[in-house]
Ligand binder design. Structure first.
Ligand code: FAD
Length: 507
């Protein structure tokens, strides 16, 4: 270690962001040379929701050396193959956004090119026929992808998890403390800046205890105690594109085996989530308070549950957008302190993970290289912005005109980056992944098509096959996909065999 190496890191906040950061930093850096302290306040508490994830979380678990079955068991989790969107295009419709891929490319010819070519002639099946995740989800099946070589769709199963957010924080805390992280209970009442350069010098707790560190990680939630409040980092508000600013959440008794997917149902002024866990089901209505009152939203949610409520409904308030910078001087913001995008595509926990991965990649010493900080901010900004576009797509590309809310989101002007993607898709059927995009071609295609956008053309490469050849190949892909999905065990059976937790419903 150079003599300018970091000697201490203080993480402010013990929600999902704080404990993810603590566990990962301790695992990678060790705690012999760098003291890692986490401050949290039970009095303030955590947001405590955040139960659905996306596949990159597998890499985070691997980084921590977490055994996946132990993780699912400890968090009463279930597996997720994608999201079912109900009533989004118009009432009475549904589509599935699967993880993994659709079909397979034929040499240089992209699958979606062939599919668009046949679809325009009425010769292709719906997209879901070519996705092992969509097929398995429909039948309530799950298994992990086969590892050893081979070319069946069973090797290409993409998956993530649903879990109980408070059990997840507890699970990570155990890992972090075992790796040497020191937890300090207490409320931060003051933040001191160094006179010379405005770097964060120390936080003071209500008890009077003062905690100094070289690097501060702000995981203090929506309050953004260091990054926002103390350092005055601006907030770019996106509520003109994403007007939802409230959620009512309520857990219910499970009324059957957990489905291996999240369900999102469009409602009059937002959408309702359904997330199955082993011991209960998570539900919530995310809505725009400019279009619906909390009482109306609560009544709608309670009228649309498929199990008995286990607790009183809880209201969460938020503002969509991101900080102008995520790393300022010696302070990095992770989680809600750095920004928030509604949980439609379960991206918040991923953004925490992405921030941690980049912080490790650009780990500073006490000189805090300005070019690294600029690069970190550039990459995180690009990631936020591209996820923002993907989420806006769901609301904007709809035929719904049944309420003022849907009228607003359907007719609003969208960011030019999204408008361009839509134009390209409508003209050529092409979907693409820019280098920093989180979402794959599968995701863009699933939502573009599911939300009713139609491509007039198709990738010229797809013309290199005859129509008959293309039909034969797509029919074979659909048949192989359906047969492979039928070989997967029921999701509940997979959980019972590998990772059943021990908490009863009603706890
Ligand atoms: P918090 O959970 O708010 O934690 C903040 C911490 O800071 C707490 O420990 C608190 O005690 C501490 N703190 C604050 N002020 C002080 C102080 N003065 N002194 C000491 N400590 C302090 N994400 C997903 O990935 N998937 C989902 O399905 C999902 N669903 C969501 C649904 C809703 C309705 C909402 C609002 C969010 C959802 N999220 C989801 C986002 C997810 O919940 C958060 O990203 C995640 O919980 C991280 O929160 P956090 O740790 O940043 O903040």
């Amino acid at each position: 270690m150079s003599d300018r190496a970091l000697r201490s890191i203080a993480i402010i906040g013990g929600g999902t962001a704080g404990w993810m950061a603590a566990a990962a930093l301790a695992r990678v850096l060790g705690t012999h040379n760098v003291a890692i302290t986490l401050v949290e306040s039970e009095e303030i508490g955590t947001v405590g929701v955040g139960e659905a994830t996306i596949p990159p979380i597998q890499a985070f678990n691997a980084l921590l050396g977490i055994d996946e079955d132990a993780f699912v068991k400890a968090t009463m989790g279930s597996f997720k193959l994608g999201i079912e969107f109900v009533d989004w295009l118009r009432p009475g419709t549904r589509y599935f956004h699967p993880f993994g891929v659709y079909g397979t490319d034929i040499g240089a010819v992209p699958f979606e090119g062939l599919w668009h070519r046949l679809r325009t002639q009425g010769l292709a099946d719906p997209l879901e026929a070519y996705s092992i995740c969509a097929q398995a989800a429909k039948d309530g099946r799950f298994m992990r992808p086969l590892a050893d070589g081979g070319n069946t769709p069973l090797h290409r199963i993409g998956y993530a998890f649903h879990f109980d957010a408070s059990l997840y924080a507890r699970f990570l805390r155990t890992h972090a403390e075992a790796a040497g992280v020191v937890r300090r209970e207490g409320r931060v009442v003051d933040v001191a800046l160094r006179a010379a350069d405005g770097f964060v010098e120390a936080v003071t707790l209500a008890s009077g205890a003062r905690i100094e560190a070289d690097l501060f990680v702000d995981c203090s939630g929506f309050r953004s105690l260091l990054l926002g409040e103390t350092l005055g980092t601006g907030f770019e508000d996106w509520s003109h594109w994403l007007p939802n600013d409230r959620a009512i959440a309520v857990p219910t008794v499970s009324n059957g085996p957990p489905t291996p997917f999240t369900r999102s149902t469009a409602r009059a002024a937002g959408w309702q989530w359904r997330i199955p866990l082993q011991h209960r089901t998570g539900n919530g209505y995310v809505f725009s308070s400019a279009h619906l009152s909390e009482d109306e939203a609560t009544a709608t949610l309670l009228a649309n549950l498929d199990g008995e409520p286990l607790a009183d409904p809880r209201t969460l308030r938020f503002r969509t957008g991101r900080r102008d910078a995520f790393w300022v001087r010696n302070c990095v913001g992770l989680g809600l302190s750095s920004g928030f995008l509604e949980p439609l595509e379960s991206t918040s926990i991923h953004l925490i993970q992405a921030g941690i991965a980049r912080l490790l990649e650009m780990l500073p010493n006490r000189d805090f290289e300005a070019a690294d900080i600029r690069r970190y901010n550039r990459l995180m900004t690009a990631e936020y912005d591209s996820i923002r576009d993907f989420i806006i797509l769901h609301f904007h590309a709809t035929e719904r005109a049944d309420t003022p809310y849907w009228d607003h989101v359907r007719t609003m002007a969208v960011p030019e980056t999204l408008a361009e993607r839509i134009r390209i898709y409508q003209a050529t059927g092409r979907v693409f992944r820019e280098s920093d995009d989180l979402f794959s071609k599968t995701s863009w295609l699933a939502v573009m098509d599911g939300q009713g956008l139609r491509a007039e053309g198709f990738d010229p490469l797809a013309a290199s096959l005859s129509v008959d050849d293309a039909r034969t190949r797509l029919a074979r892909i659909a048949a192989v996909t359906a047969a492979a999905a039928a070989r997967m065990p029921p999701h509940a059976e997979f959980i019972a065999r590998h990772c059943a937790g021990a908490i009863a419903s009603r706890t």
